[in-house]
Design a protein around this ligand. Sequence first.
Ligand code: OOG
Ligand code: MG
Length: 256
Amino acid sequence: MITEIANKIYLHQKNGLEMEKITNHYPELDVNNAYEIQKLSIDFAIKNGDPLIGLKMGLTSIAKQKSVNVDEPIYGRLTKSMELENAELSMEGTIHPRVEPEIAFVINKPLFGNDVTAADVWDATEYIVPALEVIDSRYKNFSFTLTDVVADNASSSKFIMGKNAYSPTYTSWDKIQVDLFKNGVKVQSGVSSDVLDHPVQSVVKLVKMLSKDGYNLEPGMIILTGGITEAIHVEAGDVVEAHFEGLENMILHVKK
Ligand code: OOG
Ligand code: MG
């Protein structure tokens, strides 16, 4: 049953097709089952030539938790086809995409274990960049339970990394003010401490959650630490700009 659900989710993710919540059909599934489903569905992607390049945390800020009515952090997996190489998002193959500003870490050492500390994460950090994530729940109306959203790889769809790599000592990474603009109008604001008090704590939490499930972070991996503000709905023609104070600005053009 788990394999069957994973295969279905994989196909809906690949083809950008919406679906009913899996808990409608299988109310007995729990969040551990959901992480197994997530792992298997991404294994299908990997087998089809789309390698794993990182992980993401989600629902690490109160703004994000409130907006989807799930009150605990989750993780998801990032594959190569999710990374946008230029500042363009095509609506083709998406369902109801939303964009959110994040801080991303890139690591150069393995990170594992339940006793990992922020100092370990800093020691393993190659660089940090601002990023935009595009989330696109496969569930109708972007509505789900914790179990559903975990199985659907934490709504992962696309992401774009900033072009300037900042050193971990460049600034105070919990004091980045972020303003999000849609077509020139400011629609969201937040500060990076909204992410578990400090984005580094999001990586710590991720490593602990992975360790519980028997996985770790490998050198070279990208880690998205979670939306700083609520995600904003976009459609073709929109231009989204995120101003990360003291860092580069990120821009995304939404095309048909
Ligand atoms: C779940 C994914 C959340 C984040 O950064 O909080 C996420 C969702 O909101 O659909 O990526
Ligand atoms: Mg996110």
